[in-house]
Design a protein around this ligand. Structure first.
Ligand SMILES: [Zn+2]
Ligand SMILES: [Zn+2]
Length: 211
């Protein structure tokens, strides 16, 4: 499971264009975020087409429905464990209601009626190492938002998004404005080589490669 051996696939999901990523090494890999409810079949079809046989983990960058929406079905189909930060766990399991639904886009608001809760098999904390990546706790957009970083690729969740080719922060329904800004700065300071956002096309940081 060496870092340099992986390939990354992105599937932009319908409705609010949240990204789902596969990080793959040989015939196995991990899923980062799951899109809205009802996407499990599309995701599994994609996996079949590219011979991705075994999923070792379903990692949720945060609890919002455009990222955790298909987690329960995917967990059932793939039998892979769901991993998420401990502070977002109660929202993923349905123990706590999502915050700031009123500020969310209509598609997201409506989708909450279709949300199926899932257990979190592994609770994550800042600094945990999973599948070659370090978990970075970036509270703000949600209390338990995380990013994943391996010194090169940064999966930022919604703490950084790319809109019209520009890096931006939380889309406006973050739970904690101050936290959102400091988490955004923390991620930008990493000066990663490739940024894989929660929404939008990934970008390479040409300035990060040393001459
Ligand atoms: Zn979000
Ligand atoms: Zn999102």
């Amino acid at each position: 499971m060496l870092n340099s051996d992986y390939a990354i696939y992105r599937i932009p999901m319908a409705q609010v264009n949240s990204n789902l990523y596969f990080v793959r090494w040989e015939n196995e890999g991990i899923i980062i975020d799951t899109g809205m409810p009802g996407n499990a079949r599309k995701i599994c079809d994609f996996m079949k087409r590219c011979d991705l046989i075994k999923v070792n983990g379903i990692i949720l960058t945060h609890y919002h429905i455009d990222h955790a929406g298909s987690a329960a079905s995917l967990r059932r189909i793939t039998r892979a464990p769901v991993l998420a930060h401990e502070e977002d766990e109660p929202y993923i399991t349905g123990e706590r209601a999502p915050e700031h639904i009123d500020l969310m886009p209509n598609d997201m608001k409506k989708a909450y009626s279709k949300y199926r809760a899932t257990v979190v098999d592994k609770r994550l904390r800042d600094g945990d190492k999973i599948f070659g990546f370090t978990v970075i706790h970036v509270p703000g957009h949600t209390p338990g938002s995380i990013a994943l970083y391996d010194g090169k690729a940064l999966f930022s969740g919604d703490s950084l998004n790319i809109i019209n080719g520009k890096v931006q922060g939380d889309p406006g329904y973050g739970a904690d404005r101050e936290g959102t800004l400091s988490s955004m700065e923390k991620l930008i300071e990493l000066n990663c080589e490739i940024l894989l956002p929660g929404h939008g096309c990934p970008i390479e940081n040409t300035a990060s490669s040393s001459e």
